[in-house]
Ligand binder design. Structure first.
Ligand SMILES: Nc1ncnc2c1ncn2[C@@H]1O[C@H](COP(=O)(O)OP(=O)(O)OP(=O)(O)O)[C@@H](O)[C@H]1O
Length: 347
């Protein structure tokens, strides 16, 4: 399955819908085999980005390549390399789910016999094989999510795109899905995940891009992002010293040192690395420590900080953007097949 180009090579990608700029010059590289997270508030442009990759939306400018294939010029190769589990339940609800999978495989040129075997395999993989003869709309919410994953896997894609795969599912299923997608990644599939659950990105992703108002604000590992925030080191002293010596002098990671009675609070970046130095210095001064606690900035706080808008009007009304993009919701065909208009299908 190895392909020599990165899974995604995106350069200055732009999308305008009339007067709305949904993508404002996005550049990204997603290496083959990575588990890559795309995070952003509502209306940031995540769905537009994905829809350009799968040929549902025509870009206004820039380039997007999937394993080296241009998403527009090499549409078919691109599409065959991608399995998409969309946010919306856009499934033909009148056929047994195994048949839906067989149809989907057929669209992609998989012979009938192989399609049935493949359908069974992916249904087993996601744990709903015993529901194979059930219609989609008779599945529980959690099974529907599993089914969308099965459908994305039917063509054995090299790039799996998961658009909020655990939205609205219970904790147990969320964990099951995490395990499943981690296994798929371990087997070599590149995964692009969008999520609103920061914990999900933190657990699963090697790298995340923070998208906001159509622009990439940062690309980093979850740990690197967390290191950009400040941590708090709270030290409990046995005896409050009458005068506090100059601590951590010249350390530019330190933003503030406050003392309140027995308690010393140091605000610093990389708190985990600053703390040992602080302990050594206090020790050297003969100041006894009885307790020390480091509170790290959460990824969520960093995310909120990076995507905070003083003018919240920016995102106003975008809460229903799922709805806008969800025009596909109740279609009888898989998302990919039914919307590829020769003009690129701007909706
Ligand atoms: N078909 C469309 N026509 C006009 N504007 C659109 C269309 N689709 C999306 N937009 C606008 O483009 C911007 C980006 O929307 P998009 O759905 O890509 O964001 P998102 O990050 O996926 O949001 P969410 O997390 O809510 O799904 C929003 O301002 C949205 O209103």
């Amino acid at each position: 399955m190895s392909q020599s180009s990165p899974a995604l090579t995106i350069e200055n990608l732009r999308k305008e819908y009339d007067d709305v700029t949904a993508l404002d010059g996005v550049s990204l590289t997603v290496p083959e085999g990575s588990f890559f997270g795309l995070l952003g508030p509502n209306g940031a442009g995540k769905t537009t980005f994905i829809n350009i990759l799968v040929g549902l939306v025509r870009k206004s400018g820039g380039t997007a390549r999937v394993f080296g294939h241009d998403v527009e010029a090499d549409y078919q190769q691109t599409r065959n390399a991608i399995g998409l589990a969309p946010q919306e339940f856009n499934v033909d609800r009148f056929f047994p789910i195994r048949e839906v999978l067989e149809h989907k495989a057929g669209y992609h040129g998989i012979p009938a016999e192989e399609a049935t075997a493949r359908a069974d395999e992916v249904l087993k993989q996601v744990g709903i094989y015993d529901k194979r003869d059930t219609r989609f709309d008779w599945l529980s919410g959690g099974m529907k999510r599993r089914f969308l994953l099965a459908r994305a896997l039917i063509t054995d894609p090299d790039l799996l795109i998961l658009d909020e795969p655990t939205a609205g599912v219970d904790v147990q299923l969320r964990r099951d899905l995490w395990e499943l997608v981690t296994d798929l990644n371990d087997q070599g599939k590149t995964i692009l995940l969008t999520t609103h659950y920061i914990e999900e990105a933190e657990r699963l992703c090697d790298e995340v891009a923070i998208l906001d108002s159509g622009q990439v604000r940062a690309v980093a590992t979850p740990d690197e992002l967390k290191n950009r925030g400040t941590d708090q080191i709270v030290v409990e002293l046995r005896e409050p010293p009458t005068t506090l010596p100059a601590l951590l002098a010249g350390d530019d990671r330190v933003e503030a040192i406050d003392r309140d009675g027995h308690q010393l609070t140091v605000t610093a970046r990389n708190g985990g690395l600053v703390a040992p130095q602080l302990v050594r210095e206090l020790d050297g001064e003969g100041i006894e420590i009885v307790d020390l606690e480091i509170t790290r900035t959460s990824l969520e706080e960093i995310f909120v900080e990076m995507t905070r808008h003083d003018d919240t009007a920016d995102n106003a009304g975008d809460d229903d953007s799922d709805g806008e993009n969800g025009g596909d919701n109740d279609t009888d065909e898989p998302l990919a097949e039914q919307q590829v208009a020769p003009d690129g299908g701007q909706r």
